[in-house]
Ligand binder design. Structure first.
Ligand SMILES: *[C@@H]1O[C@H](CO)[C@@H](O)[C@H](O)[C@H]1NC(C)=O
Ligand SMILES: *[C@@H]1O[C@H](CO)[C@@H](O)[C@H](O)[C@H]1NC(C)=O
Ligand SMILES: *[C@@H]1O[C@H](CO)[C@@H](O)[C@H](O)[C@H]1NC(C)=O
Length: 221
Protein backbone atom coordinates (compact mmCIF):
# COMPACT_ATOMS: atom_id res chain seq x y z
CA UNK A 1 0.00 0.00 0.00
CA UNK A 2 1.49 3.31 -0.94
CA UNK A 3 0.09 6.19 1.04
CA UNK A 4 2.98 8.58 0.85
CA UNK A 5 4.21 10.28 -2.28
CA UNK A 6 0.91 10.33 -4.11
CA UNK A 7 -0.64 12.96 -1.88
CA UNK A 8 1.83 15.71 -2.64
CA UNK A 9 1.56 15.07 -6.34
CA UNK A 10 -2.21 15.14 -6.22
CA UNK A 11 -2.15 18.37 -4.27
CA UNK A 12 -0.93 20.00 -7.45
CA UNK A 13 -3.94 18.82 -9.39
CA UNK A 14 -6.66 21.36 -9.88
CA UNK A 15 -9.18 19.66 -7.64
CA UNK A 16 -7.06 19.88 -4.49
CA UNK A 17 -5.43 22.91 -2.97
CA UNK A 18 -3.69 23.99 0.18
CA UNK A 19 -5.25 26.26 2.76
CA UNK A 20 -5.05 27.33 6.36
CA UNK A 21 -8.08 27.69 8.59
CA UNK A 22 -8.41 30.74 10.80
CA UNK A 23 -11.08 31.49 13.37
CA UNK A 24 -13.33 34.50 13.53
CA UNK A 25 -15.20 35.28 16.71
CA UNK A 26 -16.40 38.11 18.92
CA UNK A 27 -13.73 37.31 21.46
CA UNK A 28 -10.51 39.08 20.51
CA UNK A 29 -8.12 36.32 21.48
CA UNK A 30 -10.07 33.92 19.26
CA UNK A 31 -10.39 36.25 16.29
CA UNK A 32 -8.04 35.93 13.31
CA UNK A 33 -6.10 33.09 14.84
CA UNK A 34 -5.08 29.92 13.04
CA UNK A 35 -5.69 26.37 14.15
CA UNK A 36 -3.09 23.60 14.27
CA UNK A 37 -3.26 20.01 15.34
CA UNK A 38 -1.19 18.42 18.06
CA UNK A 39 -0.46 14.81 18.88
CA UNK A 40 -2.81 13.56 21.61
CA UNK A 41 -2.48 9.83 21.23
CA UNK A 42 -1.68 7.12 18.72
CA UNK A 43 -2.69 8.46 15.33
CA UNK A 44 -4.85 11.14 16.89
CA UNK A 45 -4.20 14.86 16.78
CA UNK A 46 -6.54 17.43 18.32
CA UNK A 47 -6.77 21.01 17.08
CA UNK A 48 -5.85 24.06 19.12
CA UNK A 49 -5.96 27.76 18.44
CA UNK A 50 -2.78 29.74 18.03
CA UNK A 51 -2.29 33.41 18.73
CA UNK A 52 -1.54 34.55 15.19
CA UNK A 53 -3.25 34.12 11.84
CA UNK A 54 -0.94 31.26 10.96
CA UNK A 55 -2.43 27.79 10.95
CA UNK A 56 -1.58 24.30 9.87
CA UNK A 57 -1.25 23.77 6.13
CA UNK A 58 -4.15 21.55 5.11
CA UNK A 59 -5.15 20.15 1.75
CA UNK A 60 -8.73 20.54 0.59
CA UNK A 61 -10.08 18.29 -2.13
CA UNK A 62 -13.16 19.91 -3.58
CA UNK A 63 -14.13 16.75 -5.44
CA UNK A 64 -14.77 14.75 -2.29
CA UNK A 65 -14.86 17.40 0.42
CA UNK A 66 -11.94 16.09 2.42
CA UNK A 67 -9.54 18.21 4.45
CA UNK A 68 -6.27 16.49 5.20
CA UNK A 69 -2.63 16.79 6.10
CA UNK A 70 0.20 14.36 5.61
CA UNK A 71 1.77 13.29 8.86
CA UNK A 72 4.64 10.90 8.65
CA UNK A 73 3.82 8.54 5.83
CA UNK A 74 0.06 8.74 6.32
CA UNK A 75 -2.63 11.10 5.17
CA UNK A 76 -4.63 12.23 8.18
CA UNK A 77 -8.09 13.70 7.80
CA UNK A 78 -9.97 16.51 9.51
CA UNK A 79 -12.71 14.55 11.23
CA UNK A 80 -15.16 14.86 14.07
CA UNK A 81 -15.62 12.26 16.77
CA UNK A 82 -17.67 12.80 19.91
CA UNK A 83 -17.67 16.58 19.50
CA UNK A 84 -13.88 16.65 19.13
CA UNK A 85 -12.31 17.87 15.92
CA UNK A 86 -9.34 15.72 15.14
CA UNK A 87 -6.82 14.87 12.49
CA UNK A 88 -6.62 11.14 12.04
CA UNK A 89 -5.94 8.57 9.32
CA UNK A 90 -8.51 6.06 8.21
CA UNK A 91 -11.34 6.49 5.77
CA UNK A 92 -12.66 10.07 5.93
CA UNK A 93 -16.38 10.35 6.56
CA UNK A 94 -16.98 14.09 6.92
CA UNK A 95 -17.40 16.18 3.78
CA UNK A 96 -16.71 19.90 3.92
CA UNK A 97 -17.71 22.79 1.73
CA UNK A 98 -16.97 26.51 1.82
CA UNK A 99 -19.45 29.35 1.67
CA UNK A 100 -19.01 32.18 -0.82
CA UNK A 101 -17.39 34.13 2.01
CA UNK A 102 -14.87 31.35 2.62
CA UNK A 103 -16.45 29.91 5.76
CA UNK A 104 -15.90 26.22 6.37
CA UNK A 105 -19.18 24.35 6.28
CA UNK A 106 -20.10 20.91 7.51
CA UNK A 107 -23.43 19.52 6.47
CA UNK A 108 -24.17 22.86 4.87
CA UNK A 109 -23.61 25.01 7.95
CA UNK A 110 -20.67 26.97 9.25
CA UNK A 111 -22.12 26.94 12.76
CA UNK A 112 -21.25 24.44 15.47
CA UNK A 113 -17.54 25.06 15.96
CA UNK A 114 -16.43 26.12 19.44
CA UNK A 115 -13.28 26.91 21.35
CA UNK A 116 -13.00 25.65 24.89
CA UNK A 117 -10.41 25.15 27.57
CA UNK A 118 -10.19 22.42 30.21
CA UNK A 119 -11.56 19.65 28.02
CA UNK A 120 -9.51 17.01 29.80
CA UNK A 121 -7.54 16.21 26.64
CA UNK A 122 -4.94 13.47 27.15
CA UNK A 123 -1.91 15.76 27.20
CA UNK A 124 -3.66 18.60 29.03
CA UNK A 125 -2.87 21.26 26.46
CA UNK A 126 -6.37 22.59 27.02
CA UNK A 127 -5.58 23.75 30.52
CA UNK A 128 -3.87 26.70 28.87
CA UNK A 129 -4.97 26.60 25.22
CA UNK A 130 -8.33 26.63 23.49
CA UNK A 131 -9.29 23.35 21.85
CA UNK A 132 -11.51 23.13 18.76
CA UNK A 133 -14.81 21.34 19.40
CA UNK A 134 -17.96 20.79 17.35
CA UNK A 135 -21.51 20.93 18.68
CA UNK A 136 -23.85 21.17 15.67
CA UNK A 137 -26.90 21.52 17.92
CA UNK A 138 -25.34 24.37 19.83
CA UNK A 139 -25.31 22.42 23.09
CA UNK A 140 -21.71 23.26 23.85
CA UNK A 141 -20.54 23.42 27.45
CA UNK A 142 -21.01 26.79 29.07
CA UNK A 143 -17.85 28.77 28.69
CA UNK A 144 -17.21 27.48 25.18
CA UNK A 145 -16.88 30.27 22.63
CA UNK A 146 -18.62 29.99 19.26
CA UNK A 147 -16.24 30.54 16.39
CA UNK A 148 -16.41 30.33 12.61
CA UNK A 149 -13.58 28.84 10.61
CA UNK A 150 -12.53 30.50 7.37
CA UNK A 151 -10.18 29.72 4.55
CA UNK A 152 -7.55 32.27 5.42
CA UNK A 153 -6.91 33.22 1.81
CA UNK A 154 -10.58 34.12 1.37
CA UNK A 155 -10.80 36.63 4.20
CA UNK A 156 -9.06 39.89 4.82
CA UNK A 157 -6.86 39.79 7.86
CA UNK A 158 -6.73 43.55 7.87
CA UNK A 159 -9.14 43.63 10.76
CA UNK A 160 -7.29 45.45 13.48
CA UNK A 161 -8.24 42.97 16.11
CA UNK A 162 -5.81 42.88 18.94
CA UNK A 163 -3.53 39.94 18.54
CA UNK A 164 -2.58 41.00 21.97
CA UNK A 165 0.28 40.17 24.22
CA UNK A 166 -0.55 36.58 24.86
CA UNK A 167 2.43 34.70 26.11
CA UNK A 168 1.14 31.27 25.31
CA UNK A 169 1.90 31.13 21.62
CA UNK A 170 5.43 29.89 21.86
CA UNK A 171 4.59 26.70 23.61
CA UNK A 172 1.86 25.64 21.28
CA UNK A 173 3.77 26.60 18.16
CA UNK A 174 6.81 24.61 19.07
CA UNK A 175 4.66 21.70 20.04
CA UNK A 176 2.93 21.79 16.73
CA UNK A 177 6.06 21.87 14.65
CA UNK A 178 7.79 19.17 16.59
CA UNK A 179 4.68 17.05 16.56
CA UNK A 180 4.32 17.29 12.84
CA UNK A 181 7.79 16.04 12.17
CA UNK A 182 7.98 13.51 14.95
CA UNK A 183 4.61 11.88 15.22
CA UNK A 184 4.50 9.44 12.39
CA UNK A 185 1.67 7.04 12.82
CA UNK A 186 2.57 3.46 13.43
CA UNK A 187 0.76 1.45 10.82
CA UNK A 188 -0.09 -1.21 13.35
CA UNK A 189 -2.42 1.26 15.03
CA UNK A 190 -4.41 2.03 11.93
CA UNK A 191 -7.14 -0.60 12.00
CA UNK A 192 -8.30 0.48 15.44
CA UNK A 193 -8.61 4.13 14.62
CA UNK A 194 -11.79 4.15 12.66
CA UNK A 195 -13.92 2.70 15.42
CA UNK A 196 -12.11 4.09 18.46
CA UNK A 197 -12.75 0.89 20.34
CA UNK A 198 -9.52 -0.92 19.67
CA UNK A 199 -7.53 0.82 22.34
CA UNK A 200 -5.14 2.45 19.90
CA UNK A 201 -5.42 5.73 21.73
CA UNK A 202 -4.70 4.25 25.10
CA UNK A 203 -6.69 4.40 28.30
CA UNK A 204 -6.13 8.10 28.85
CA UNK A 205 -7.53 9.11 25.51
CA UNK A 206 -10.38 6.68 25.76
CA UNK A 207 -11.36 8.00 29.12
CA UNK A 208 -11.19 11.59 28.12
CA UNK A 209 -13.23 11.04 25.01
CA UNK A 210 -15.91 9.33 26.99
CA UNK A 211 -16.12 11.80 29.79
CA UNK A 212 -15.30 14.94 27.87
CA UNK A 213 -18.74 16.39 28.06
CA UNK A 214 -19.22 15.73 31.73
CA UNK A 215 -15.79 16.94 32.69
CA UNK A 216 -16.02 20.01 30.55
CA UNK A 217 -19.37 20.84 32.07
CA UNK A 218 -18.06 20.33 35.55
CA UNK A 219 -15.09 22.57 34.94
CA UNK A 220 -17.02 25.26 33.20
CA UNK A 221 -19.68 25.72 35.83
C1 LIG B 1 3.07 -1.95 7.96
O1 LIG B 1 4.20 -2.53 8.55
C2 LIG B 1 4.54 -3.77 8.01
C3 LIG B 1 5.67 -4.35 8.84
O2 LIG B 1 6.57 -3.34 9.20
C4 LIG B 1 4.91 -3.62 6.55
O3 LIG B 1 5.25 -4.86 5.98
C5 LIG B 1 3.72 -3.04 5.82
O4 LIG B 1 4.06 -2.79 4.48
C6 LIG B 1 3.28 -1.74 6.48
N1 LIG B 1 2.05 -1.28 5.87
C7 LIG B 1 1.90 -0.05 5.46
C8 LIG B 1 0.56 0.29 4.92
O5 LIG B 1 2.78 0.80 5.53
C1 LIG C 1 -10.22 13.08 -2.54
O1 LIG C 1 -9.82 13.72 -3.72
C2 LIG C 1 -8.44 13.99 -3.78
C3 LIG C 1 -8.18 14.84 -4.99
O2 LIG C 1 -8.74 14.29 -6.13
C4 LIG C 1 -7.68 12.67 -3.78
O3 LIG C 1 -6.31 12.92 -3.80
C5 LIG C 1 -8.02 11.91 -2.53
O4 LIG C 1 -7.41 10.64 -2.58
C6 LIG C 1 -9.50 11.74 -2.37
N1 LIG C 1 -9.75 11.19 -1.06
C7 LIG C 1 -10.63 10.23 -0.86
C8 LIG C 1 -10.74 9.74 0.51
O5 LIG C 1 -11.31 9.79 -1.77
C1 LIG D 1 -23.55 15.32 8.96
O1 LIG D 1 -24.77 14.77 8.49
C2 LIG D 1 -24.74 13.35 8.39
C3 LIG D 1 -26.01 12.94 7.73
O2 LIG D 1 -27.12 13.49 8.40
C4 LIG D 1 -24.57 12.77 9.76
O3 LIG D 1 -24.52 11.38 9.70
C5 LIG D 1 -23.29 13.27 10.35
O4 LIG D 1 -23.16 12.83 11.68
C6 LIG D 1 -23.25 14.78 10.34
N1 LIG D 1 -21.93 15.17 10.75
C7 LIG D 1 -21.73 15.76 11.93
C8 LIG D 1 -20.31 16.03 12.25
O5 LIG D 1 -22.60 16.07 12.69
Amino acid sequence: MKFSAAASVLALASSAFGLQLIAKSDQSDLNNVGISSIHEGAAINYFFFGTTATGEDLTYAKSNGTLSDDIGSFTAYFQIEDNIVLLTPGAPYEKYTFSDEGALQLNGSSKGFYAAKNTNDPYSYSTSEYQLLYYPSGDAPSGAVAITLYDKSAVSSSSSSSSSSSSSSAKISSTVSSTKTVSSFSNSTLPAITNYEGGAAGPAAMGSLGVLGAVALALFV
